[in-house]
Design a binder for this molecule. Sequence first.
Ligand code: TYM
Length: 327
Amino acid sequence: MKQRVFSGARPTGRQHIGNYIGAIENYVKLQEKFDCIYCIVDIHALTTIESTSELQQNIFEMTLDWLAAGIDPKKSIVFVQSHVPEVTELFTYLGMVTPLGWLLRVPTFKEKARMQPENINYGLVGYPVLMAADIVLYKSNVVPVGEDQLPHLEMTREIVRRFNFLFGDTFPEPQAKLTNYPLVLGLDGAQKMGKSYGNHIELAATPEETLAGVKTAVTDPARQRRYDKGHPEICNVFSLHKFFNIDRTQEIEVQCRSAEIGCVDCKKLLADGINHALKDFRARRSALAKDPDHIYDVLADGAQRAQKIASETLHEVKTKMGLVRNA
Ligand code: TYM
């Protein structure tokens, strides 16, 4: 039997290049050898958003991005978290074996609490437990994620160990799977790329929007003037060349170090590299967007397939926890 892969992402709408480089690239690759499940985690999104008016549109946009990037619904299950409500029941049970102290120490909880001090809701504290429920409901072995999710993965592993210890061997301990670029910095060069920081470039951006975004990027902080020699090792734009201009990275490095090119030229090269790399993706996305029914069919079919697995696991969990009367 193939090992199972599971990953999820919050429906923040159009995905950005950080999502792609850090995670989606692996979602696509892993389909060849694993049994993959990819989930749009709308319930998780409720822990941070103030308004849900764009939630449905965001789910649609994200599904377009995933399919255009190469997630194949014939090979993989693609579904929306709340369409398989078994996860919320498992979340409740896992909550009973997760000490509160563990959750209050999770760095992402502390950061979210800092970012939204007026809305430190109960769901925010339980976020990693719901994530553990996502993963173990499908008895997943491998979880492709960016580096920022590693503390959550560690928490899942701890919950699994505790559950297995208390109720008998039930879940595998899932392993995180990182890409070669597990942490993509935003255009500000300071924080990770993320929609909430507004420092991102959308995969579906037009070439003009891409260039306009890249132009705002912070470059080598040690280079003041055009004729100063550059330091690619401390330049965030250069780190993106390593992904989007693989063939030209060495040449760009030499030209930057010798001041043959300036930061403006370097950014133009990056925008060209991104636009070239995403040309086919963008064409596929536009084609998919013309048939919304297909997108909704994919999600409905995915939910049905996911639910079959979920209900079996839930029955096993309830039996092990003593919630089912022995026949
Ligand atoms: P989310 O929606 O923040 O991000 C989706 C995926 O994209 C990765 N990512 C990045 N990687 C590198 N650099 C960046 N700047 C960057 N920004 C985002 C994330 O690491 C993630 O892999 N809690 C999760 C969603 C989730 C989940 C799960 C993931 C819920 N249940 C179960 C795996 C398994 C999240 O908020 O991802």
